[in-house]
Design a protein around this ligand. Structure first.
Ligand code: ZN
Length: 254
């Protein structure tokens, strides 16, 4: 199943989607549903997040009715302005802050939700969630390591972390394979799924990322070679898929 995760209306563009579809086709990926041509037609589809605003609004309205959604007007300054305590925390100027909630204690402030410029968070209830990762084995983590999950940002965009949970539920996705950079989000997503009525979480497999030697992400600016360039240079699609899989430990190189 192919889903276009273009929840961020400020950043996503139809031409980016077209490029992504080109890359998938050039790599030889053929979705079971829907046909790639349906995306190219630009008609509204259940598999394109920007076409499904009401779906996310309805899901979050259910949580609002249960009193689980709160407005948060915290900024970086809220965190940086906290008094220093000599902790080893991961903030710039302020003292270490760990969830649940948010740095400014907005969960108990009762700020209005339907105003511009505030983010929405879901009160996940604290604690932790555990799962058996298909690559990493038994895993567990706090549901709010950096605060309760934002479900809508201050610009009014639904967040990636929330949209995929709603989509995985309605699309009946039971296997999530994704990069290790999303592993820390997993406990919150398991909890949110349960709050939305999901009986059991999907199975997860978190794979390593292909990084620069110094551990940073690959980027075009640093001269990293793109899939498109490798294919244009004559590398067969199956060889490229195989090399990428082997580099991630998902397949063995023969
Ligand atoms: Zn806040």
């Amino acid at each position: 199943m192919l889903r276009i995760e273009d929840h961020d209306r400020q950043r996503c563009r139809p031409e980016f989607e077209a490029t992504l579809l080109d890359d998938l086709e050039d790599l030889g990926f053929v979705p079971d549903e829907p046909p790639i041509a349906w995306f190219r037609d630009r008609k509204p589809l259940p598999w394109r997040q920007s076409d499904n605003d009401r779906t996310y609004a309805t899901a979050i309205a259910r949580l609002r009715d249960q009193g689980l959604v709160y407005a948060c007007d915290c900024s970086r300054a809220t965190l940086a302005g906290r008094p220093a305590s000599g902790g080893d925390g991961g903030t710039a100027g302020g003292r270490e802050w760990r969830g649940p909630g948010c740095p400014g204690g907005c969960v108990s402030r009762g700020l209005p939700l339907d105003v511009a410029g505030v983010a929405w968070r879901v009160d996940l209830g604290g604690g932790s969630e555990a799962w058996r990762d298909l690559a990493l084995g038994d895993q567990a983590g706090d549901v709010a390591p950096a605060g309760d999950l934002p479900v809508r940002d201050r610009h009014g965009n639904w967040t990636y972390a929330m949209c995929v949970v709603v989509d995985d539920l309605r699309h009946e996705i039971d296997l999530v394979i994704r990069g290790d950079d999303l592993r820390e989000a997993t406990p919150a997503q398991i909890r949110l799924g349960a709050l939305l009525g999901r009986a059991a979480p999907p199975r997860f497999l978190h794979h390593p990322l292909i990084l620069r030697p110094d551990g940073r992400k690959l980027s075009k600016a640093d001269g990293a070679t793109s899939i498109r360039e490798l294919l244009a240079g004559g590398m067969p699609p199956d060889a490229l898929r195989g090399r990428a899989s082997a580099a991630l430990g998902l397949a063995t190189e023969r």
